[in-house]
Ligand binder design. Structure first.
Ligand SMILES: Nc1ncnc2c1ncn2[C@@H]1O[C@H](COP(=O)(O)OP(=O)(O)O)[C@@H](O)[C@H]1O
Ligand SMILES: [Mg+2]
Length: 321
């Protein structure tokens, strides 16, 4: 049996543009960066995203460094996955993604034979092998859930060495521009305890590491205000509402780290955006003596335990007064 390296084309960035233009940060107008053709295959769709200049700078250094692997660490919902995906979206750059869990194996990353239903088997490359051969990026989301064994298969590729695929008898040579991104929730965080492996030191040795925090309050307030404007809240009400919302989010995020708090999940920017939109939509509930802010928060921030909701409400009364 012989397996050809399908008709995989190597990705080549085709033009140079200004970083300021691609990321909406005028201060970076003079910085140039190579990007791919628009509409290329496997490029994530552009979403609304506020880039923090410092974080973008760190990412940029990694991008140009020639290093192959970047690990992004931070609290859940801080914006790790979306930073990687929106970076690639803005650069028209292909990115394969895989959500990892403790059942993810080296085969999922490199490749495996899959039965075809007619009794035959066909070899399918995993995301990492594909990315290496095509010279594009791969995101291993929640990569700390990976079995250490699965990680071992990655080490060689992450250092730019060829890897032999025993199933097909071929050797994969990582192409230039092959990069591995790896997100990890902080081990200190409560959601991260189950099913996460502490990787051995040899794995950690192979990454550049970067911390991703929640947006700064002044930036997040702007994000919330944009959404309030979109749904039609009058400008004179926006400042106060956005301020309370962002204060609440940051309060919940810090309670998440407090022992004895019932807060089991932090509030993401996504929940904040939803809260903003719903708060205006539900403004009518004040006629029934309900607070539209709380009414909409409960609907925007799903999956809370009754205990957590009680704590959130109590914090809200403190902040909103
Ligand atoms: N800087 C930001 N601008 C806009 N939305 C953001 C930003 N950071 C996070 N979000 C939104 O918050 C949600 C959670 O982000 P995500 O990247 O999935 O977090 P993580 O991977 O750290 O758990 C996503 O919907 C994302 O779009
Ligand atoms: Mg994520």
């Amino acid at each position: 049996m012989k397996f050809k390296r399908s008709e995989m084309a190597t990705f080549v960035p085709s033009k140079k543009i200004s970083m300021g233009e691609s990321f909406g940060i005028p201060a970076l107008n003079q910085v140039e960066i190579m990007i791919g053709e628009s509409g290329g295959a496997n490029v994530p769709p552009v979403e609304e995203y506020s880039f923090d200049k410092d974080r973008l700078g760190e990412f940029f250094v990694f991008w140009l460094s020639g290093l192959k692997a970047l690990k992004l660490k931070g609290d859940p919902a801080a914006g790790k996955t979306s930073l990687v995906s929106q970076w690639h979206a803005r650069l028209n750059w292909p990115l394969y993604s895989l959500s990892c869990n403790d059942r993810t194996t080296a085969d999922d990353l490199i490749g495996q034979f899959i039965p075809q239903g007619d009794g035959t088997f066909k070899f399918f490359y995993g995301v990492v092998a594909r990315a290496a051969m095509e010279g594009v990026s791969v995101l291993l989301d929640e990569g700390n859930a990976l079995e250490p064994n699965a990680m071992l298969a990655l080490h060689m590729l992450m250092e730019g060495y060829p890897v032999y695929v025993p199933q097909t008898g071929e050797t994969i040579y990582p192409q230039p521009n092959f990069r591995v991104f790896f997100t990890e929730n902080c081990l200190a965080s409560k959601l991260a305890v189950a099913g996460r492996h502490l990787h051995d030191a040899s794995t950690d040795d192979r990454f550049m590491e970067m911390n991703v925090d929640y947006l700064k309050p002044e930036v997040e307030i702007q994000v919330v205000k944009r959404h309030l404007t979109k749904v039609g809240m009058p400008a004179d009400q926006q400042e106060m509402v956005a301020d309370v919302m962002v204060k609440m989010a940051n309060r919940i995020r810090s309670l998440y780290h407090v022992d004895g708090s019932t807060v089991i999940k932090p509030m993401s920017t996504r929940v904040l955006k939803r809260w903003a939109v719903l708060a205006w939509g539900f403004r009518g509930v004040s006629k029934r003596n309900e607070d539209p802010m709380l009414f909409s928060l409960q609907r925007a921030f799903g999956g809370l335990t009754p205990e957590m909701w009680a704590e959130v409400k109590a914090e809200y009364s403190k902040i909103a007064g």
